[in-house]
Design a protein around this ligand. Structure first.
Ligand code: KG4
Ligand code: ZN
Length: 336
């Protein structure tokens, strides 16, 4: 009988310290996600130095808690996986050095994982991948449409030319006085409003590229203008108008891709996939094309180590291991 494979995965690319044990690439044995959100909220966004320090302070305890949830021991682990890119350099380095130490001390192979690819694999815990797939990556740092013909076989259709969708949510939140993290706050405000403000369409063309800086700037200008005239800003309506414009753009590009490619499986990845309006709008598009839409469960939409363990599994099968010279890379796409 084939032996089960247990991967211990480490994720510290931003403001979550997370460690998980994943069995055979698609079953979460145990996982801990420690968020630093409350601390960074005091500053209106993630402070890199604080993030690194808190990862350092907490990572050993996070490992202990992860191991406490299961009978699996470090000796049973087959490989150590770690996020090496993209993300905050100092934050990534804490996870990388920790993973290297585990790999050295317990004599386990080390696997480096791209964080964005991790987000794509976050939905494998509910549904096995059926290739070819279209991945819609909507995170804090990236907005991308990617064709996936097989594990680690990517073709980029388009990406953002400036701001990412999550970044736009966060910036709009700031100008509307909604506390960090902005995405969920804007979603909650939008749910109470109507799309009554007229805003420019992000990229009104037939490419797969995205642009969110124009939409963001138009909202900042609008708020400033109304404030200078002492006019009231209908926060809920403006949040709703922004959300409709931002999400409709993703839906429109997905529609175009499903028209042009014979693909029946769509996976949504990244923090903004937690957004219910985005989920329901994308579902309308996949229903129209008789395609399946796979979204991660809410816990695994935002940063977590389980998705890193899942994304490491195809690399484990190919024995694609790295060594102790591994370094962090701050900027990276799915295809480097
Ligand atoms: O994927 P992620 O952890 O970041 C990167 O890997 O870059 O996602 C974080 C982003 C933030 O911009 C956050 O505001 C956004 O995801 N986000 C949301 C929601 N939850 C998180 N955006 C809209 N609606 C949400 N419910
Ligand atoms: Zn992320």
């Amino acid at each position: 009988m084939k032996k089960d494979v247990y991967i211990l995965a480490v994720e510290t690319s931003c403001d979550e310290t997370s460690i998980a044990i994943v069995k055979n690439g698609n079953k979460i044995v145990s996982d801990v996600i420690l968020t630093q959100m409350d601390v960074h909220a005091n500053y209106g966004g993630v402070v890199p130095e604080i993030a690194s320090r808190m990862h350092t302070e907490n990572i050993t305890m996070v490992l202990e808690q992860t191991l406490k949830q299961t009978d699996i021991t470090m000796e049973d682990i087959d490989a150590i996986a770690v996020t090496y890119a993209p993300g905050l350099l100092g934050a990534l380095l804490v996870g990388i050095e920790f993973a290297k130490t585990l790999s050295y001390v317990y004599n386990k192979p080390l696997i480096k994982v791209n964080h964005l690819i991790g987000h794509i694999y976050a939905s494998i815990f509910e549904n096995e991948f059926k290739f070819p797939m279209l991945a819609v990556v909507v995170s804090g740092g990236h907005t991308e449409l990617v064709v996936m013909k097989d594990d680690y076989d990517f073709e980029m259709l388009g990406s953002t030319m400036d701001d990412a969708i999550g970044e736009a949510y966060d910036k709009v939140a700031r100008v509307l006085g909604i506390p960090y993290p902005g995405g969920p706050g804007v979603e909650a405000a939008a749910a109470k409003g109507k799309p009554t403000y007229e805003l420019p369409k992000p990229v009104d063309d037939d490419t797969y590229n995205f642009s969110y800086s124009g939409l963001k700037s138009s909202i900042i200008n609008l708020v400033n203008k109304e404030k200078s005239h002492n006019n009231e800003i209908r926060k809920e309506d403006l949040a709703c108008s922004f959300q409709v414009a931002a999400v409709d753009e993703v839906a429109r590009k997905l529609d175009l891709a499903l028209k042009n490619y014979d693909i029946k499986n769509v996976v949504v990845a990244g923090g903004v996939s937690a957004n219910q309006y985005l989920r329901s709008e994308l579902k309308k598009v996949t229903d129209k094309h008789k395609a399946n839409l796979y979204v991660p469960s809410l816990r695994y939409c935002t940063d977590n180590a389980a998705m890193i363990g899942a994304a490491a599994y195809p690399l484990y099968k190919r024995q694609e291991f790295t060594n102790l010279a591994l370094n962090a890379v701050s900027h990276a796409d799915i295809i480097n």
